[in-house]
Ligand binder design. Sequence first.
Ligand code: XIL
Length: 355
Amino acid sequence: MKQNEMIRLGMIAVLLTQTLIAMAASDMGPPAATLRAAAEARGMHIGSSVDEDALRTDTDYAGVLAREFDSLTPENSMKFAESHPAPFRYTFADGDAVVDFAEKHNMQVHGHVLVWHEQLPKWLTQGHWTHAQLRKILREYIFRIVGHYQGRVNVWDVVSEAVDDNGAMRQTFWSRGLGPDYIALAFQWAHEANPDALLLYNDYGGDGGGAKADAIFKLVQRLHEQGVPINGVGLQMHTSVDDPPDTKAVSANMARLHQLGLQVYITEMDVMIKLPVTRAKLEAQAGIYRNMMSVCLAAENCHNFTSWGFTDRYSWIPQFFPGNGAALIFDEQMQAKPSYRALMDVLSASGASSP
Ligand code: XIL
């Protein structure tokens, strides 16, 4: 056989193989979409918190974030200690970078967090303030931050974690300094600063039933009845494979909040695994992500599902819960885990929606 004839036959063989592969792929349905495309088709937003350092330094990270998500929550940069580190100093650079990135990639930004008892600067917590002075500080802070992002950040966690684990009101720097009215005041000021913003109360451990969920419900019910401008509740949804959320209870909780006319956001979901990671634990984790996405899709008032990070390369879990990790939907190598597939299946309505 002549040499050019052999080359020609070789080329035909390559073309034939390519055609067969393409045919097989088309038998498997449309090409895999991204989470954000799948979510959009269901009227949902899918979000992640953003590690501001990783956004700056890790191009893989930024690439996956832009490809898969359409809602971003800055992980730390809009917290009091970061954004107002000294009495006359505000630092917006890291928060601005998250908002710039979001706008560039056609994503919305979820502001986090105006009033929280953690990550407060020392100048604030170690100062001796009268009631009037502290009131002025918080009012100015809220106007400054919400005003800075006016038109660019239109959802805010106004108050986080004001209820303690037993369901009592948590005693904090803010409650001690301003009295119980600080919650209503914060919502009022945030609303005045940006009347278009959707304002949330955000907490953990009250996703389904129990004393804390009931206390959160009573709190927001009272606020709502008093005419405080609150639009919804953020369920943080920090969960664990060993203690999965009760799907029915979460669904019932969302429904009673809907009765009040409130939105529900899943604001910080992760599912920690007690190390070492096994195949079975990854599958159990996928079931929990799947169930919570299903519950949110089924609820009339849940349109945003956000996880606290998206890759195990950057997650708060190993540091805050030693011995645990692997809580997110991409692994440290930025490969999709079974949990990613589970979310995709539920969003595309092609997968099983039971555990
Ligand atoms: C965490 C961040 O992920 C960490 O980087 C930081 O050191 C501490 O805060 N609930 C919240 C978030 O509302 O703000 C917390 O974020 C996680 C728990």
